[in-house]
Design a protein around this ligand. Structure first.
Ligand SMILES: Cc1cc2nc3c(=O)[nH]c(=O)nc-3n(C[C@H](O)[C@H](O)[C@H](O)COP(=O)(O)OP(=O)(O)OC[C@H]3O[C@@H](n4cnc5c(N)ncnc54)[C@H](O)[C@@H]3O)c2cc1C
Length: 458
């Protein structure tokens, strides 16, 4: 029987990052993976979707080339090649993780792993033992009873990113990051897209101002937006899927070639030995403490299998925290109030901290500032004037409570607010931080200036 200090079950951004950190800290480490190294993020999530979205962006630029003074006489998309490029990027990233495992001397055990009592893991009949076992088995597309996925006409995200043929029409159910990104991608490619959201706003977790702007942009791009609406029934018997949608005004029947269900995820908790070991779960998640220890000593859980935002950077941070604690380092628990969330549609969305509504409900007196990209020199030069940066400060002590951005490239700008909040920066300090000109990031400084009545370019 092979003996390790740490065995990680699952090689997504939670698992493989935990394994690397464990190895860096001198722990003998193995990782078990039943599919491709890199998990959902690299193979079926973050990376391949961003590759698809890049193709959509290039295509959109070509469509609007004349607005940049350019004549592009002939151009077209090749949907198959767009998908192939995305798969190639994912494959390359997975190979990169393979390299990192080798570099860090981590044993990769291929196959389906199952936890056993006594700190053991069974991988297809072979037993391995470790002082610490980290569960990082991730999640899959959630299925709702009235949205049963058949993988052909009613699909989840895996099928959506590997379609052989571009559908002429599509209904996207759910407008979180995944639904919104696919809605934008297919719409840009020329599919007729309807997005159906149960709640009153698209991207419902975002600040309301952001959601409203996003809805305007989606409608302008030609996407049919149905909020306050729910898909009640699907009829897949004909060539097109018939969806019965309940709206505030009554029922409406939509027809589309494909329905993409993007109504969230379900953690992979089944058949991994949780019951046998006695690990406690609640509401579909493994229960852990601040350092990701389960109720059974020696067993830990991180990433999409534990409560908290299901995001790659969260999974990785949890993996690092978990392993550093195992190695006896002096670690602080993760601050779940300071996690950035991004949607990579067009326009992009990025946010951290409280929305204006949440901050008001929490009883703060606020200073709110907003700077539209229409007043930004860089945005004008780039032809990307839609969107804004909104900042929310506590009026009393100047604490940066929240930052909400919508517009081109904002997903690369949000880290400033995350760092500022981590360092407990006040509004005044951001205001006095010189930002380079011309950049989209100046909008952060100007939004803060707006909050304090000192905005220059408005
Ligand atoms: C379409 C889509 C787009 C996304 N885009 C983003 C984004 O832009 N940014 C972001 O932060 N997040 C994004 N996410 C979310 C992100 O992918 C997940 O939060 C992240 O992958 C979770 O990491 P994880 O390590 O917990 O698990 P996963 O990445 O799900 O990895 C789990 C791994 O465990 C393996 N496994 C499961 N059971 C076993 C077993 N019994 N034995 C062996 N191996 C097993 C699986 O095969 C898998 O490889 C996206 C998700 C989707 C679906």
């Amino acid at each position: 029987m092979s003996k390790y200090d740490v065995i990680v079950l699952g090689s997504g951004p939670g698992g493989y990052v935990a394994a690397i950190r464990a190895s860096q800290l001198g722990l003998k480490t193995a990782i078990v993976e039943k599919e491709n190294l890199g998990g959902v993020c690299l193979n079926w999530g973050c990376i391949p979707t961003k590759a698809l979205l890049k193709s959509a962006q290039v295509f959109d630029y070509l469509k609007h080339a004349d607005s940049y003074g350019l004549t592009v006489k002939e151009f077209d998309k090749d949907f198959g090649k767009v998908v192939d490029r995305s798969r190639g990027v994912a494959e390359g990233m997975s190979k990169g993780v393979q390299f990192l495992m080798k570099k860090n001397k981590i044993d990769v055990i291929e196959g389906l792993g199952k936890l056993k009592p006594g700190k053991k893991v069974d991988v297809e009949g072979k037993e391995y033992t470790a002082d610490h076992i980290i569960i990082a088995t991730g999640a899959r597309s959630r299925e709702l009873p009235n949205l049963k996925q058949d993988g052909k006409k009613v699909i989840g995200y895996r099928e959506a990113m590997t379609l052989k043929k571009q559908p002429e029409s599509m209904i996207v159910v759910g407008s979180g990051a995944i639904g919104s990104e696919f809605a934008h991608f297919f719409n840009s490619m020329g599919t007729k897209v309807t997005i159906v959201e149960f709640l009153p706003n698209l991207v419902p977790l975002e600040d309301e101002d952001v959601s409203k702007q996003f809805e305007r942009s989606f409608k302008k791009a030609g996407i049919k937006v149905m909020t306050n609406s729910s898909v009640e029934k699907l009829d897949t018997s004909g060539k097109l899927v018939k969806a019965t949608v309940k709206t505030k005004k009554g029922e409406e029947t939509l027809e589309a070639e494909i329905v993409l269900s993007a109504v969230g995820i379900a953690s992979n908790l089944e058949n991994i030995g949780l019951e046998e070991v006695g690990i406690v779960t609640d509401k579909g998640k493994i229960q852990v403490n601040d350092f990701y220890q389960t109720n059974i000593p020696g067993y830990y859980a991180i990433g999409d299998v534990v409560p908290g935002p299901a995001l790659a950077h969260v999974a990785s941070a949890e993996g690092i925290t978990c392993v550093e604690k195992i190695a006896g380092l002096n670690v602080e628990p993760i601050d779940y109030g300071n996690i950035p969330g991004c949607t990579y549609a067009s326009p992009e969305i990025a946010s951290v901290g409280m929305t204006e509504k949440q901050a008001k409900e929490a009883g703060y007196e606020l200073k709110v500032g907003k700077f539209p990209f229409s007043a930004s020199g860089k945005a004008s030069a780039s032809g990307e004037k839609d969107g804004f940066v909104k900042v929310i400060f506590d009026a009393k002590y100047g604490e940066w409570l929240g930052c909400h951005m919508i517009g081109a490239g904002v997903t690369d700008m949000i880290a400033e607010a995350v760092l500022g909040r981590k360092l407990e920066t006040t509004g005044h300090e951001v205001l006095k931080t010189i930002h380079p000109h011309p950049t989209m990031s100046e909008a952060v400084m100007e939004a803060v200036a707006d909050a304090y009545g000192e905005v220059i370019h408005l």
